[in-house]
Unconditional design. Structure first.
Length: 338
């Protein structure tokens, strides 16, 4: 089991809000709200055009005075609902905003584990990782394990955060200073939201930290159908990869990696093209390919691969390490209690 932080004195001077996007979760939402601790000052329940009228259900059955129900006129997706909650939390002066799903899969008692790295100045954004404890993977469907492994690798490439895993995990926390810098209008509104957030955070050079957590699978039904989004996820990750490389290595700054990547790609594809042409030509003429021709094809491929690997090594070492949010948080942490 993931250990739960039982108390934090620093919460006394912090304003923490929770955003809960709701779509067909009326069977679970009250239980989620009931388990949110007193360290949270506001709870924003976002009814994202829910056919079950989650917002109305919460208003009629929840007595927690911290709860604020916000209704979307139509369904705009989990990302759009979360961003609307971010707007409300920022307008109310929240310093840390936590996002929790309303389906009961995320234990609200872990909130403090997500907030602590931000309070201590170690992170700008924290996200859950269900893969820390391998013994807990027995409760996770095998299809999710495989799909998450593939998505994690692709997301590492597109986002630049090589130090994280479980990219589609929606249990997150963000500092308000970092949230204000995000281009809300450009972030994906639907299931690509969590992955797109990582890309936007990297462009802002925000520090992201994984938080171990256990997944809780019950009677809830996932609204995400992998077969419908796999193509969209792949194309959008490729788009983000190209944007990130351009922004970080050619627009914002230039380094040796900015030279290694294009030369490596040119050499690799030149070698593959020349080798393929020579092989096909040998088949057509029914003659053996000479050793010199083989070397002319192999050498640029080998050098190209080495240069690309050198670029990846530089990229991995360039993961943001200095938090962007206001460092006055450390002042509050070190300030003695009166």
């Amino acid at each position: 089991m993931v250990p739960i932080i039982s108390h934090l004195d620093e919460y006394e001077s912090r304003k923490v809000s929770v955003v809960i996007p709701c779509f067909r979760v009326t069977s679970f939402i009250l239980g989620v709200i009931d388990r949110i601790g007193l360290e949270v000052s506001h709870i924003y329940v976002i009814d994202d055009g829910c056919p079950d009228k989650s917002g109305e259900f919460v208003e009629k059955n929840c007595t927690d005075d911290r709860v604020v129900v916000i209704r979307n006129g139509k369904n705009i997706g989990v990302g759009g609902a979360v961003l609307r909650g971010y707007h409300a939390a920022l307008d109310d002066g929240s310093e840390i905003i936590v996002k929790v799903d309303g389906d009961g899969q995320m234990d609200p008692r872990l909130l403090k584990n997500f907030i602590l790295p931000i309070l201590s100045g170690e992170a700008d954004y924290t996200k859950g990782n269900r893969f820390y404890d391998l013994e807990n993977l027995d409760s996770m469907p095998k299809s999710r394990i495989f799909g998450n492994a593939v998505l994690s690798f692709i997301t590492k490439l597109s986002s630049g955060y090589w130090n994280i895993f479980d990219p589609t995990n929606g249990y997150t926390a963000i500092h308000a200073d970092v949230a204000r810098r995000l281009p809300f209008s450009k972030i994906s509104n639907r299931y690509f939201f969590e992955t797109d957030m990582l890309f936007r955070l990297n462009i802002s050079r925000a520090v992201v930290v994984d938080v171990p957590m256990n997944a809780e699978y019950g009677e809830e039904t996932s609204n995400l159908q992998i077969s419908r989004v796999v193509g969209e996820f792949f194309l959008k990750n490729i788009r983000n990869l190209l944007k990130r490389i351009f922004y970080n290595y050619y627009l914002r700054d230039m380094s040796i990696a900015s030279i290694e990547l294009p030369i490596g790609l040119i050499l690799l594809f030149s070698g593959v093209f020349y080798g393929s042409y020579s092989w096909l030509n040998s088949l057509r003429l029914d003659i053996s390919t000479s050793a010199g021709t083989v070397m002319l094809a192999a050498l640029p491929i080998l050098v190209g691969v080495q240069l690309i690997l050198a670029f990846l090594g530089y990229d991995i070492a360039s993961v943001p390490k200095t938090p962007r949010h206001n460092r006055t948080l450390n002042y509050y942490l070190k300030k003695p209690n009166n």
